[in-house]
Design a protein around this ligand. Structure first.
Ligand SMILES: NC(=O)c1ccc[n+]([C@@H]2O[C@H](COP(=O)([O-])OP(=O)(O)OC[C@H]3O[C@@H](n4cnc5c(N)ncnc54)[C@H](OP(=O)(O)O)[C@@H]3O)[C@@H](O)[C@H]2O)c1
Length: 238
């Protein structure tokens, strides 16, 4: 399915996986609309992606802001959501409030985005959400992300039936080198990446471009719905 001239909305398209997905959709000659909270990230992303991209400031945890955003955007073809913040910490230590906050972002943010987007999509549209390999293979301290990612994978299976013929899929990444880890000192981050790389069959962590290809595939393939596409370098096996 060609994406030439198709309108693709990427919520979270200002950083990491979302920014790379936005680039990949532009390479397919789609019209790309990106959205996230930070004005600084929005203008930097516009610089990187080029002047034709529309960029909107939005916090996807707010149903009101989502409604306003989709009204401004109007009808469009494909929805991609990569926005979302998680929480790491041992089950016994992580405060319940932190877990709820993570659900409010990564799970309820994606859920509410889909609800708000439906009136503007059409029968040939697709929706692609984001979960993560911790949904099926959590290391210690990832109970919250295991729960959120599994919930998103389940949500997508349900939505693919409820929203048909709109196709609904989810990309489930392994560890990806993105600004998500930008809060870590450089050396600690590089050590984290190389420790994980040594354990993986592919011997490296992912770059955002590895994951972006999965969104393009799911948006373009008209026979794919209800699918969780695991792009994890084999992390679920080791
Ligand atoms: N990187 C990994 O290793 C990895 C592994 C598995 C799964 N994932 C998942 O992949 C997704 C993307 O991760 P990433 O590594 O690309 O992270 P990232 O570089 O931090 O990008 C996250 C994007 O989401 C936006 N965002 C966050 N909260 C938002 C909100 N409330 N409303 C609107 N936009 C919001 C951010 O922009 P603003 O700050 O401007 O809002 C940013 O554009 C996340 O769901 C993450 O859990 C990542």
């Amino acid at each position: 399915m060609s994406l030439i001239g198709k309108r693709v909305v990427v919520i979270g398209g200002t950083s990491g996986i979302g920014l790379s997905a936005a680039k990949a959709f532009l390479d397919e000659s789609a019209q790309v609309i990106i959205a996230s909270r930070s004005e600084a990230k929005l203008s930097e992303a516009k610089n990187v992606l080029g002047g034709n991209v529309e960029a909107y400031n939005i916090d996807f945890r707010s149903e009101e802001k989502l409604a306003d955003f989709f009204k401004m955007v109007g009808n469009f073809d494909h929805l991609v959501v990569t926005a979302g913040e998680g929480a790491m910490g041992h089950f016994s230590d992580l405060p319940v409030a932190d877990v709820r906050e993570a659900f409010d972002s990564k799970f309820w943010g994606q859920y509410s985005t889909v609800r708000a987007a439906i009136p503007y999509l059409n029968d040939t549209s697709s929706i692609t959400l984001t979960s993560g390999v911790y949904g099926i293979r959590p290391p210690q301290g990832a109970t919250t992300l295991a729960s959120i990612n599994s919930a998103i994978d389940g949500l997508v299976r349900g939505l693919s039936v409820d929203l048909a013929p709109i196709r609904v899929n989810v990309v489930s990444p392994g560890i990806v080198d993105t600004p998500l880890y930008g809060g870590m000192p450089d050396e600690q981050r590089q050590n984290l990446y190389s420790n994980i790389a040594q354990q993986l069959p592919v011997n490296r962590v992912a770059q955002p471009e590895d994951i972006a290809e999965a969104y393009v595939y799911l948006v373009k393939n008209g026979f794919t719905t209800g699918t969780a596409l695991l792009i994890d370098g084999g992390a679920h096996l080791v």
